[in-house]
Ligand binder design. Structure first.
Ligand code: SF4
Length: 469
């Protein structure tokens, strides 16, 4: 009931005027501090010390595995990927990845349960069925994966590399969640972005996913692509609603062709202008809310019965590099080129170069090339930011208890601005608790930015962030 009420309250909020006023650029806070704070002075010993503290904490583990290859280039893509037709290249990488799995697993006590694992890319499903099977069993041999009933095992799927039978194999291995890259159903848009896949293909996969009883299916959609209009995206969303995925991610396309060369291949003149992009976002969001989806926050929608919505309602939602997750207390071990780990109070990242990654693994050396050890201040601010982003509230007394500070003194400067957000109706402040209102949830990143101590310097240095909305 609570969610339904909030939904109806949110219906009227997606208006262009509100969005225009609050649409600033800022970090997405998949981590705090953000990756801009990672530095190369971070040492292997820093990582080992963190792994030892992590073992002492006996916290469960979460795994992320990066599989970077794709068969063809989607022009909008900003991921760390390699386009190849070569099976040899994929095999060579898989061997390096298996070496890393063996090496890193030795740093963690073998009994520590893994409750969550995500395979991302690139296109994980571009690997053959035999290779995917080999990789799954290799992970299972070196980490203690809990059974599929209790664990959350997800994989990103490019529908063009997937068949209903292959989906059956994934379920058989133990995956219970899938995420399909849809982006848009419009033929003209698909041709412009060099990613053509039919509605029929997706329908077949949805039927198969139901037959195989996957716990949750996510669709990735993008707005702001060439030839998109309010009307064309409305049709795509209608088709999406018909297919009824459990979760939907509606991402903003950021056009940065100087940084991501392939984006220069998009017909720039066909990109919807900023004003129309806003209208597309409002219309698409309202359409999803009207269809009964709940707005989770930052691009994410879910059915009220989905675990993501239930976890948020119960205050159990967490955020990591894959977006929102239902597992709050776990250390994250990243495996594969460019992957990021969060171990105890340390973030560390593997090299972003696949050649270097494979070379390091062949030499039996650590692939970690950057990271950061969090200070106590980082941990306090991370606690505040994650609470706002995931639970939609901030309980100063909890932060005080956890970190032994006096909230109003520690955040003397931030409190003034926080109260400004209360005046604006983005937050309420009652009984000593700040609640993010439905309106505030649309721009929650802006509220979080207030607590980011590094942001003013990054802005001065000209760092480029995506828009809040
Ligand atoms: S969008 Fe996905 S499938 Fe397309 S090139 Fe990027 S990583 Fe590969």
């Amino acid at each position: 009931m609570h969610l339904v009420k909030e939904n109806s309250e949110m219906d009227s909020l997606w208006d262009s005027e509100f969005i225009r006023r609050h649409d600033v650029a800022g970090p997405r806070y998949t981590s705090y501090p953000t990756a801009l704070q990672f530095h190369e002075e971070f040492t292997h010993q820093d990582y080992l010390d963190a792994a030892a503290r992590s073992n002492a904490s006996r916290m469960p583990l979460s795994l992320y595995i990066h599989l970077p290859f794709c068969a063809s280039l989607c022009y909008y893509c900003a991921c760390n990927k390699v386009i190849t037709q070569s099976d040899e290249k994929k095999r060579f990488y898989l061997d390096a990845l298996i070496k890393e799995i063996r090496m890193k697993s030795a740093d963690f006590d073998s009994g520590r349960p893994v409750y969550q694992m995500h395979w991302g890319g690139g296109t994980p499903t571009y690997f053959s069925e035999a290779e995917l099977t080999e990789l799954w069993f290799e992970v299972g041999r070196h980490f203690h994966l809990v059974d599929a009933e209790r664990g959350e095992y997800s994989i990103e799927i490019d529908p063009r590399t997937m068949t209903p039978d292959k989906l059956g194999l994934l379920k058989g291995l133990g995956f219970n969640r899938i995420s399909l890259g849809i982006q848009d159903f419009d033929q003209r848009v698909q041709e412009a972005i060099n990613r053509v896949q039919s509605y029929r293909q997706i329908e077949e996969l949805m039927d198969a996913s139901r037959n195989y009883h996957f716990r949750s299916v996510n669709f990735d959609l993008i707005y702001g692509l060439p030839y998109q209009s309010v009307a064309s995206v409305r049709t795509t969303i209608e088709q999406v609603i018909e297919l009824s995925p459990d979760r939907i991610s509606l991402f903003n396309y950021a056009h940065l062709p100087q940084r991501f060369k392939s984006q220069g291949l998009l017909p720039e003149e066909a990109l919807p202008p900023a004003e129309e992009k806003l209208q597309i976002l409002c219309a698409a969001s309202n359409q999803l809310l009207e269809a009964g989806y709940v707005y989770i926050g930052m691009d994410h929608f879910a059915k009220p019965t989905d675990e993501l919505a239930l976890a948020q309602a119960a205050g159990r939602l967490h955020r990591n590099f894959q977006g929102y997750t239902t597992f709050k207390d776990a250390d994250l071990v990243g495996l594969g080129v460019s992957s990021i780990s969060l171990i105890n109070n340390v973030y560390c990242q593997n090299t972003k170069s696949i050649t270097e990654y494979q070379g390091l693994m062949e030499a039996g050396s650590s692939p970690i090339t950057a990271g950061v050890v969090l200070s106590t201040d980082d941990e306090i601010r991370r606690g505040v930011i994650m609470s706002l982003l995931c639970q939609n509230w901030l309980v100063p007394s909890q932060i005080e208890e956890q970190f032994g500070i006096v909230f109003n003194e520690y955040f003397r400067n931030e409190i003034m601005e926080l109260n400004g957000f209360v005046q604006e109706g983005l937050l309420t402040h009652q009984g000593g608790v700040y609640h993010v209102t439905p309106k505030g949830r649309l721009v929650v990143r802006k509220i979080c930015m207030l607590f980011d101590i590094y942001l003013p310097q990054h802005m001065k240095d000209g760092a480029r962030f995506s828009r809040v909305l």
